[in-house]
Design a protein around this ligand. Structure first.
Ligand code: NDP
Length: 497
């Protein structure tokens, strides 16, 4: 039924009959997805309201802030810390390029924290202006759904505002999940890690996903002693196994202590810091324990189930392919739907929502060939299928091409760290169905490769592309000989099962 309404165009431009609503669209949550949906819907002519909690730039007590997780306590501040941490290694590498770094070089965390906060405040202001310039009315406060067409916003002073809206969009994102072990309250999450008042000397990180690996690199780059504890044999479950092993080798090569197949069982406060006890019988005494153990959708205080919006077993809002919930006037985009939890994907979902509901063009988000990057140092970036996924999903045999090489910069700096690239090709069609790289600038390089993969480029087209010399990226167009061929239906033969 919902789909038929969409395709009939019934949900396009607002008309005079609908004027009895306060808004054509009310958005709860002004993060990446919410702001994009609000602005684009307003650009289609909709009358839009949005609500979000105010934020304190340093304290992470209030989860909120226009700009959302990505801008306030996610991608942006994280990348600033990655830049900062990268300088440490670069300064070391500079010596063999003739730079005399005789004076003691100090890292000033407080200065970085201050500059980072200034930038976040600046971006928060830009996002506010973007909304205002699009004609979106912003309310500071916590939103909840009261009915299929009604929302309530509780402002910080406790005053409640009620609005009616033809459509409601839930874009409340997610928050860090904490494992329930004794002493868990002694640990922090990435929210606090981005704004610690003092830089610790020793950190124990729990988890093997994006945040764990990124913070391990950040803190090691800033000079901390870092222990990384993860449940599997390798970090980054879901990525190509061979590339996971490359990341693990690089983390270890940079001096991070890896603890595979390890969980924490208890945290105890001692006079020397926090004692972290592992299920392998180790005791790690540390200044900080970071839980980077996934994120849960922010749906608890929205009153969704009471108005009939279905949630799944993780608490995520269930939506159809157009981001519509089980209540036809209520929609949801971004992490709160737990589809593919990435900022650019939330932006895509929000764009499709605005086009569908107010642009008269029903549009489904396209989750195929979404490139991703893990900002470890050096970074990992991938697009399309891993070797393991290709064996499971592709038609027929698979050809795998790999290149492992010493980046030119390392030949002079002396850094012992190989760059690894990989192409996965469907043998029968010659299409490149997966590309990965772990090495400097991998995200910048894979973004371009992603266009080729999305367009269905063949390996022959990669080979006929002239390389840029000297660059690391040129390896992607010069991988002449196949590393291995995997027959349809067989297990992949990576070096690191
Ligand atoms: P991830 O889902 O990437 O990883 C969670 C990790 O925690 C996994 O290694 C998981 O292990 C482990 N884990 C889960 N529960 C426990 C537990 N009870 N004890 C021990 N380990 C546990 O989550 P993150 O928190 O790293 O990141 C959250 C989301 O944010 C990601 O899904 C990602 O989409 C997004 N993000 C994206 C970034 C980017 O694009 N660069 C950067 C940062 C975050 P196992 O594998 O064994 O299940």
């Amino acid at each position: 039924m919902a789909r038929k309404m969409l395709i009939d165009g019934e949900l396009s431009q607002p008309n005079a009959e609908e004027a009895h609503y306060d808004f054509d669209l009310f958005v709860i949550g002004a993060g990446s997805g919410g702001v994009r949906a609000a602005r684009f819907s307003a650009n289609y002519g909709a009358k839009v309201g949005i609500c979000e909690l105010p934020f304190h730039p340093i304290s992470s007590e209030v989860i909120g802030g226009i700009g959302g997780t990505c801008v306030i306590r996610g991608c942006v501040p994280k990348k600033i810390l990655v830049y900062a941490a990268t300088y440490g290694g670069e300064l070391e590498d500079a010596r063999n390029f003739g730079w005399e770094l005789n004076e003691k070089i100090d890292f000033n965390w407080k200065k970085l924290l201050h500059k980072k906060t200034e930038e976040i405040v600046r971006l928060n202001g830009i996002y506010k202006r973007l909304l205002a310039n699009a004609g979106v009315k912003t309310f500071e406060g916590e939103g909840k759904v009261v009915g299929p067409n009604e929302v309530e916003v509780t402002q910080l002073d406790g005053t409640k505002l009620s609005f009616t809206a033809k459509h409601i969009l839930i874009a409340t994102g997610s928050r860090a999940h904490r494992p329930s072990i004794p002493g868990q309250e002694l640990a922090i999450t990435s929210d606090e890690a981005l704004s610690l008042e003092e830089l610790p000397k020793h950190a124990v990180i729990v988890g093997g996903g994006y945040i764990a690996v990124e913070f391990a690199s950040i803190w090691k780059g800033m000079g901390l002693n870092v222990d990384l504890c993860f449940r599997k044999e390798l970090p980054l479950r879901g990525f190509d196994d061979e590339m996971r092993a490359v990341v693990a080798r690089n983390l270890e090569g940079r001096g991070i202590n890896l603890h595979p197949r390890t969980c924490l069982t208890q945290l105890i406060k001692t006079e020397n810091g926090i004692k972290a006890i592992t299920d392998q019988g180790e005791e790690l005494t540390t200044d900080v324990v970071l839980f980077a153990t996934g994120r849960a959708p922010n749906t608890k205080r929205l009153n969704l189930e009471a108005v009939g919006v279905e949630l799944d077993e993780t608490g995520a809002v269930k939506v159809d392919e157009y981001s519509r919930t089980s209540i036809p006037s209520i929609w949801a985009v971004g992490d709160v739907t737990n589809r593919m939890n990435l900022t650019p994907v939330a932006l895509m979902e929000a764009t499709c929502f605005a086009k569908t509901v107010f642009g008269g063009q029903p549009t489904k988000p396209d989750y195929k060939d979404v490139p991703v990057a893990v900002f470890s140092i050096p970074p990992l970036s991938v697009v399309g299928l891993s070797e393991e996924q290709a064996v499971d999903e592709a038609n027929g045999d698979i050809s795998v091409f790999t290149s492992t090489f010493n980046p030119m910069k390392n030949t002079i700096s002396g850094r012992q760290e190989k760059t690894v690239m990989k192409l996965v090709v469907e043998a029968e069609t010659d299409k490149v169905i997966g590309a990965s790289m772990c090495g400097p600038d991998a995200p910048e390089i894979i973004q371009g490769i992603a266009v080729a993969v999305k367009c269905g480029a063949t390996k022959q087209q990669f080979d006929s592309t002239v390389g840029i010399h000297p660059s690391a990226a040129e390896e992607f167009v010069t991988m002449r000989s196949v590393t291995r061929r995997i027959a349809a239906g067989s297990k992949p033969k990576t070096n690191n099962p």
